[in-house]
Design a protein around this ligand. Structure first.
Ligand SMILES: Cc1cc2nc3c(=O)[nH]c(=O)nc-3n(C[C@H](O)[C@H](O)[C@H](O)COP(=O)(O)OP(=O)(O)OC[C@H]3O[C@@H](n4cnc5c(N)ncnc54)[C@H](O)[C@@H]3O)c2cc1C
Length: 481
């Protein structure tokens, strides 16, 4: 298994990361990315600790121990073992790494659980997928994905945009592979992952065949550019001032493919509209990737609940019934998500040899949590008042004796000393109100698709027959007039 040092080494591969008008020589040393890279490396150190190996790893058919995110559960018990590993990993970053390595590993594992769907489509593509899955698993690769097309004009199909290669598509095919040109969004964690899975989960229209592809590539592939958004880590003044954004800014980037070659061994779907959808929805892939996301979010919500309680402790408001009511709502939100995770596990079922969480409860959780996260942010803001703002400009203020004395006199709290009160409210603001915190709200609202998408999944998978049969039963019991 890979440890943290090896992971950092693997990122020094000449990838083409662009930030603030310049090329980044080494993301692991750059002040915009280095701490996030170290947090990612910490995940690999965590799995290598001897006392964590049973929790975090399982034995493959070749006798090698690998991370449980690659495990294909064949029973409810194995699903729970796998979830405990995902949960333990998420606790190391408090759920703030949305695209931690277990996310796309879950997608690929879901593909493998439905490999017959690829075999029916094309045996060679199925073989490519099987071999790639084993390669990624056995090399402990950190994968991210780009499966969404740039927005441009959402009222038009991909082939009907002003530039036919705005969305990444196939420009050329030959005996060795395909050549891809154009852009994809939104490669979260691309600066600290090893490889990227590229596809399109958004339904494509007839005429869009060249964009209906699915493949994986190293992030240092020739012609692949990683165009980073603003780095919140770079803007973080210190760990004291920005305890979360200084370590957990996983980054997001636009990927541009400048005639990138993809060998056939790494192409899983080639210009097939139906298969692009089937890979996610006719296999357990979509369920497994989003189940991982809900486990991560459950951990994050527990942290946010802790934050809310400490705000009340800090301001001496815990005894007020109205404050307890807000905390009660927050507790119920966390309990709801925990219940949904456990429910989708318990109500799961066999798909061939594999045990798969319940689809409808998963989509229920997506719809509910997209709305719940912004609500949690509002509730926490409501509890905090101006405390998250009434703060020294930075930790440097403590170095000035006069300022430090004023801070100590003005930052009083029944729970914390003055310095800890400042430290705590800086943490709360980073989670809720900073640019990093605000990006997280956008993330939780959109990472699994806009609400019209998640609601369509909930609509599609709900047992309407059982519900309408109840209505029909009442109707049948009333005599016609
Ligand atoms: C922080 C962050 C990180 C992300 N990370 C990743 C990642 O790692 N990998 C990845 O592949 N993607 C990632 N995404 C992209 C994410 O999957 C998309 O944002 C999501 O699928 C929604 O697509 P969109 O952003 O293009 O919004 P759109 O589809 O353009 O929707 C935006 C809004 O427009 C309206 N709208 C658009 N189309 C319709 C329609 N057909 N019917 C009705 N209303 C419509 C709705 O109001 C909708 O809410 C990330 C997004 C964010 C915000």
């Amino acid at each position: 298994m890979k440890d943290g040092h090896q992971h950092l080494q693997s990122l020094r591969d000449g990838r083409d990361v662009r930030l603030n008008g310049a090329r980044v020589a080494d993301p692991t040393e750059h002040r915009a990315f280095r701490n996030a890279c170290r947090t990612a490396a910490g995940l690999y150190d965590f799995q290598c600790q001897p006392n964590r190996q049973a929790l975090m790893t399982f034995e493959t058919e070749t006798g090698q121990r690998v991370n449980r995110c690659w495990q294909l559960p064949t029973s409810y018990q194995e699903l729970l073992q796998r979830r405990r590993a995902l949960e333990a990993w998420a606790e190391t970053h408090l759920g703030f790494f949305g695209r931690s390595p277990d996310h796309v590993a879950s997608t690929l594992s879901g593909f493998m659980m439905g490999i017959e769907v690829f075999e029916e489509y094309d045996r060679q593509r199925a073989d490519a997928l099987r071999e790639y899955h084993a390669y990624a698993r056995d090399h402990d690769l950190y994968l991210t994905y780009v499966i969404i097309n740039p927005q441009a004009d959402r009222g038009r199909a991909a082939h009907d945009q002003q530039d036919a290669f705005l969305t990444a598509g196939v420009v050329d095919t030959d005996a060795t592979g395909i050549t891809v040109r154009g852009a994809k969004m939104l490669a979260t964690a691309a600066v600290m992952a090893n490889e990227v899975f590229v596809s399109s989960i958004q339904p494509l229209a007839p005429g869009d065949e060249r964009y209906a592809i699915s493949f994986a590539l190293p992030l240092n592939a020739a012609g692949l550019r990683i165009l980073s958004r603003k780095s919140y880590e770079e803007a973080a003044v210190s760990r004291f001032d920005n305890p979360l954004s200084s370590r957990f800014d996983e980054n997001d980037a636009l990927l541009f493919f400048d005639d990138v070659r993809v060998p056939w061994e790494r192409v899983f779907v080639n210009q097939d509209l139906a298969m692009c959808q089937r890979q996610f929805h006719a296999t357990p892939a979509h369920v497994y990737q989003n189940y991982q996301a809900q486990v991560r979010l459950m951990v994050k919500l527990r942290f946010l609940a802790g934050l809310a309680h400490r705000i009340a402790d800090t301001n001496g408001t815990l005894g007020f019934p109205q404050v307890r009511e807000v905390l009660g709502q927050i507790a119920a939100n966390v309990g709801l998500v925990e219940g949904l995770v456990w429910g989708m596990e318990a109500r799961g079922g066999m798909a061939g040899r594999y045990y798969v969480p319940d689809r409808n409860l998963l989509y229920t959780a997506q719809v509910v949590t997209q709305q719940m996260h912004p609500q949690m942010m509002t509730l926490i803001r409501e509890l905090a008042g101006g405390g998250m703002i009434m703060l020294p400009s930075s930790v440097a203020d403590f170095a000035d004796a006069e300022l430090a004395s004023l801070i100590r006199r003005s930052q009083s709290s029944p729970f914390y000393g003055a310095a800890d009160r400042v430290k705590f409210f800086k943490l709360a603001w980073d989670a809720v109100g900073s640019e990093f915190g605000s990006r997280h709200t956008q993330y939780e609202m959109f990472y699994a698709g806009a609400t019209f998408v998640t609601k369509a999944h909930a609509f599609r998978t709900y047992d309407w027959k059982r519900s309408t049969a109840m209505v029909d039963g009442v109707m049948d019991g009333i005599d016609p007039v």
